[in-house]
Design a protein around this ligand. Structure first.
Ligand SMILES: Cc1cc2nc3c(=O)[nH]c(=O)nc-3n(C[C@H](O)[C@H](O)[C@H](O)COP(=O)(O)O)c2cc1C
Length: 358
């Protein structure tokens, strides 16, 4: 099924205005009324393995992400009580609404895993059907499911029957480059009870090389026919790319992954614009530093000082990238072993900023 022949669900540019389209509805809800999840913003943090610590989820929620989702959990790891997985499933109430994302392949592993997850109190369960990693797809996980819409429908139905919270799906547009199966997959998933769909506009084979196809996302929006919210995902990095996603796909919300790393303000930027039609200034160095300190502190509390620092150090390049880091600074920062060793390097940027500003 190719989207090439179809027109994207483009709104009339003369009248299209996100602030009007969502007027009085800055958020949305999904799931059956008795267990609906209320989402306060239409900009959402994407699950990203390795970029999903609880402190970061907390920060993103506070800075305007309408919800958070854990990174993908493999059922077999959960079932054998892998201590890292169990640690990563800890969360705080400030992260809510929070979904747990699970890798899916068949009922045999999925259902016992869902049973183990139930008492943890996640607000929804997200089924991963988009992971493009070869080692996962070759064994039938992730995007491999996009080749088998009937199986997707079966797995969604089994999940919906097994849990008391809404079940959502996250897909790519298809598996093969020219086979955009997502509309059919999503149709089956919604029929089977999926309460929300997120679609990344690339195929599994397109990896991150092919262009993010907004018209293929629009096809999924069309297939959903307003029955459930559809989240558009892929290459949203700022307000303008978010607006293009809304405009060209008709999606209900945008999900932001790589563009939010070191840039959690992006959620507020989008959310604020949809509420008030106003563009926010980007935060200054002091604000960014304060937030990075909070992020580092939160990670140190979970992993300990040294291990925690190893995990968050790379974020420095993202948080501060726009303040003009040079290669020498990057090389020295990469050598820092503790927060205390990094602090003078951050002072250097600050002084550079101050002298540039004076
Ligand atoms: C390092 C990395 C890890 C990811 N891990 C997950 C994951 O665990 N679950 C998932 O559904 N998607 C995962 N994704 C995909 C993202 O959620 C998102 O769909 C994709 O990056 C496109 O959005 P973006 O252009 O805003 O980054 C990952 C992406 C990256 C780059």
């Amino acid at each position: 099924m190719s989207s090439a022949s179809r027109e994207p669900a483009r709104q009339d540019p003369a009248t299209w205005d996100p602030a009007t389209r969502f007027a009085g509805r800055p958020g949305f809800r999904f799931g059956p009324p008795e267990r609906a999840v209320e989402v306060s913003s239409r900009a959402l943090m994407a699950p990203m393995m390795g970029y999903n610590e609880a402190p970061l989820r907390r920060i993103c929620r506070r800075y305007g992400s309408g919800l958070a989702v854990t990174e993908m959990v493999k059922p077999e790891k959960l079932l054998r009580g892998d201590p890292n997985v169990l640690r990563d499933l800890e969360f705080a109430d400030e992260e809510r609404p929070l979904g747990v994302q699970i890798a899916v392949r068949d009922e045999e592993e999925l259902l016992p895993a869902l049973e183990l997850l139930a008492p943890r109190g996640f607000d929804f369960v997200d089924l991963n059907m988009g992971c493009p990693l070869k080692k996962e797809c070759n064994k039938g996980w992730g995007a491999a499911l996009l080749k088998d819409p009937a199986k997707v429908a079966r797995l969604v139905a089994a999940s919906v029957a097994a849990v008391d919270v809404p079940v959502t799906v996250k897909v790519r547009t298809g598996y093969e480059l020219e086979e955009r199966t997502a509309p059919e997959v999503v149709e089956g998933a919604i029929e089977a009870g999926a309460a929300l769909v997120c679609v990344h506009g690339r195929t599994k084979m397109g990896w991150y090389r092919e262009e993010n196809d907004l018209s293929a996302i629009a096809d999924v929006v069309a297939a959903a026919r307003g029955r459930v919210p559809v989240i558009g995902n892929g290459d949203v990095v700022d307000l303008d790319t978010a607006l293009a996603m809304f405009e060209q796909t008709g999606c209900d919300a945008v999900m932001i992954g790589r563009g939010a790393v070191g840039n959690p303000w992006v959620f507020r930027e989008v959310d604020h614009y949809l509420r008030c039609g106003e563009r926010l200034e980007r935060p200054d160095f002091a604000t960014v530093r304060e937030l990075f300190e909070e992020h580092m502190e939160g990670v140190a509390e979970i992993f300990g000082e040294r291990k925690g620092f190893r995990q968050v150090r790379r974020y420095a390049f993202y948080y501060f990238g726009r303040f003009g880091l040079d290669n020498a600074w990057r090389a020295r920062a990469a050598q820092a072993k503790t927060r205390a060793e990094l602090a003078p390097l951050l002072d250097e940027i600050e002084r550079g900023q101050l002298s540039a500003a004076s």
